[in-house]
Design a protein around this ligand. Structure first.
Ligand code: PEP
Ligand code: MN
Length: 340
């Protein structure tokens, strides 16, 4: 980090600031030039508050040269993180997986039928919401604990590991009981810091979805919350962000894939379903994300989309999912990764 000081900064002010900076556990380097005085900070600057420094009377500007996240940073962990779930299913470091299933678990018949169909098409992990974050309080809120039991049943029937969203830390016991393989933190909770700290104390893999209006750096600092708590099994999910565009539900930020891969060693999963909000757009965006170097996809699939209780418009039928999965597999060998 580089701190440019104002011309009128006195010796006393500079040494007071230097002492204060040392409290953050960093080393300081003072360089006095004819035009400018600069303090360079060396070491781990993640705990240094840039806004606080910028607001000081003697400070002209502050520039970070190192990102404010450490455990998620590729600089300190060169190798790709590989997450393992179920019986040897690997995500990251060249291993690509397809996660598929309905937005919400609705009934035993629905989830088991869909699980069998997506497995046949090549998906290796089953998704399904039990606790649903809905914009309207009157919309279907999910089956709750009963939904978790049905997911467990579908896992027993198919052998597929399951992923489902956690909205409230008080539900963690239920998640343990249902032996949920991957805990999803939804877009709306990406900055629910108490929840992030709590799941940092679990040892289950986490899929952290990017918030509707959050930057890549904010996504990575949220991942840092989980990792700082001790759980380093984190995957990041690009699921579209809010922009001025209204023709699609969100705008899929495909460039987030190589950007995150450059900044971090964590796997990147892309969700073309919530990104577009329209089933017809999902196959092409699934292919684009694959070509862009994603480590996996999470896709909503429903056996009867027109009657789905949640997100039917963006849900693929099992048949369209099967065709999409086939094409994804066909292009995978040709994918060029940012690191390659
Ligand atoms: C979901 O995956 O069901 C979901 C609600 O996604 P998001 O948090 O990305 O909106
Ligand atoms: Mn959904």
């Amino acid at each position: 980090m580089i701190i440019l000081l104002k011309k009128n900064a006195s010796q006393v002010q500079i040494s007071n600031l230097t002492e204060r900076l040392k409290e953050f556990g960093v080393d300081t380097n003072l360089s006095v030039g004819s035009a400018h005085t600069i303090i360079g900070l060396v070491g781990d600057t993640s705990a240094v508050d840039v806004d606080m420094l910028s607001a000081l009377d003697i400070v002209e500007s502050v520039q970070r040269v190192q990102e404010p996240f450490k455990k998620a940073n590729r600089r300190f962990h060169e190798e790709d993180t590989v997450i393992e779930v179920g019986d040897g299913i690997r995500i990251g470091g060249g291993s690509f997986q397809m996660i598929a299933g309905p937005c919400s678990v609705e009934s035993e018949k629905q989830i088991v039928e869909i699980a069998i169909a997506v497995k046949k098409a090549g998906a290796t992990i089953l998704r399904g919401g039990a606790f649903k974050p809905r914009t309207s309080p009157y919309a279907f809120q999910g089956l709750g604990a009963e939904g978790l039991k049905l997911l467990q049943l579908a896992k027993k029937e198919t052998g597929m590991p399951i992923i489902t969203e956690l909205m409230d830390a008080s539900h963690l016991d239920l998640f343990e009981e249902a032996d949920v393989d991957i805990i999803q933190i939804g877009a709306r909770n990406m900055q629910n810091f108490e929840l992030l700290k709590r799941i940092g104390k679990t040892n289950r893999p986490i899929l952290l979805k990017r918030g509707l209006a959050n930057t890549i750096q904010e996504l990575l600092t949220s991942a840092e919350y989980i990792m700082a708590g001790g759980n380093e099994k984190v995957m990041l999910c690009e699921r579209g962000i809010r922009t001025f565009e209204t023709r699609t539900r969100n705008t899929l930020d495909l460039s987030a894939i190589p950007v995150i891969h450059r900044l971090s060693h964590l796997p990147v999963i892309v969700d073309p379903s919530h990104a577009t909000g329209e089933a017809r757009l999902v196959p092409s965006m699934a292919l684009a994300a694959t070509a862009g170097g994603a480590d996996g996809l999470i896709i909503e699939v429903h056996n009867d989309p027109t009657h789905a209780l949640c997100d039917g418009a963006q849900s693929l039928t099992p048949e369209v999912f099967a065709k999409t999965a086939e094409r994804v597999r066909a292009i995978l060998p040709y994918v060029w990764r940012d690191k390659d």
